[in-house]
Design a protein around this ligand. Structure first.
Ligand code: CO
Ligand code: ZN
Length: 330
């Protein structure tokens, strides 16, 4: 699984520019899917048919990452930019981004009058080594993702895009391990989650599932002076009860807990104060469906060093497999 994790977390794919991610994931899932399709927005959808006795289940993990987009190139060849998704200024100074063609840029900012102030994003710039607008290899409209290799320290894995490439890994791994299922499964590798769960919305409208399960990271409360939160790294798969965009279907939460207990999979309950996932658009698409989320606990979300625990990742895979290979009685 580590090789797959490295491949996906280091790849380029800001919201709306997920082509490279689609190319990486497709060959991983092709041997295990009955049908593969790509919709107009770019969602990659793998269907695995059941025996006809189960429900229609959509599983969603987003391929996109937060990033930046160039808004202006100065005479001297520096690049001004805007955000793609939830980028905070205090994660930027001295960091690096990478463009679709591999060009790497260094992020810095205009002089700070006051060391305690935080500039708006408009006062940051990117240096790609150009000396003028003419020889700058990057143009207005170019998207970039953050640039950082995977770091492995014992069971801890850190990367720029655990959100949500690790969810993609959980989906791929579960699909590989599922030999048979009673359910009609749609594994959706969704686009544009970070700019408002747009891909999962169109996919859920088209698929019209009975049950929707998102796979995404969640915050933890286990670092110094963290916002109080019960989720800890290494304490198992997190079963979402509520976040700021969705209250999980109570029957689905009960089923997830039962499956985890029956299979001796460590789990924790998650109530997230800020943010939401692809479970929200699934829940309210069409006539609505029973939606929930299996979350991978993650420290430092939306920084270039998002950190998860390999044990938690494995337990999320196991929990998803247990849910999908058994009857779902809500
Ligand atoms: Co995110
Ligand atoms: Zn996410």
């Amino acid at each position: 699984m580590n090789e797959l994790i490295q491949k996906l977390v280091e790849a380029f794919g800001p919201s709306g520019f997920e082509d490279q991610m689609r190319q990486l994931i497709r060959p991983e899932i092709e041997p295990y899917a009955d049908e593969i399709s790509v919709d107009a927005l770019g969602n990659l959808i793998a269907r695995k048919k059941g025996d006809g006795s189960g429900l229609k289940v959509m599983i969603a993990a987003h391929m996109d990452e937060i990033g930046v987009m160039i808004t202006h190139v100065t005479e001297e060849g520096f690049l001004r930019f805007t955000n793609i998704g939830g980028v905070s200024a205090h994660t930027l100074l001295g960091g690096r981004v990478q463009f679709a063609d591999g060009t790497v840029g260094i992020i810095h900012a205009d002089r700070f009058e006051d060391a305690h102030e935080l500039h708006p994003l408009s006062k940051y710039f990117i240096d790609v080594g150009a000396t003028s607008r003419q020889n700058c290899p990057v143009a207005v409209g170019a998207p970039a993702g953050f640039y950082r290799p995977l770091l492995v320290q014992g069971s801890r894995l850190s990367a720029k895009t655990m959100d949500d490439r690790i969810g993609c890994v959980v989906a791929i791994e579960a699909l590989k391990r599922l030999s048979t299922t009673p359910h009609d499964l749609y594994f959706v590798f969704s686009v544009q989650e970070e700019v408002g769960t747009r891909g999962a919305q169109t996919a859920a409208n088209a698929i019209n599932p009975d049950v929707g399960i998102a796979l995404d990271v969640t915050l933890t409360g286990d670092v110094p002076e963290a916002r109080p939160m019960a989720v800890r790294l290494g304490a198992g798969a997190a079963i979402k009860v509520k976040d700021s965009g969705m209250i999980a279907h109570t029957g689905l939460v009960r089923l997830m807990r039962q499956r985890a207990s029956a299979a001796n999979i460590p789990y924790q309950l998650e109530v997230l104060d800020g943010g939401t996932t692809d479970a929200r658009p699934m829940q309210i698409a069409g006539p609505g469906c029973a939606a929930g989320c299996i979350s991978i606990p993650c420290r430092y979300v939306h920084t270039p060093s998002e950190t998860v625990d390999a044990g938690d990742v494995e337990h999320c895979v196991q929990l998803l497999v247990e849910i999908l290979r058994n009857p779902i009685d809500l």
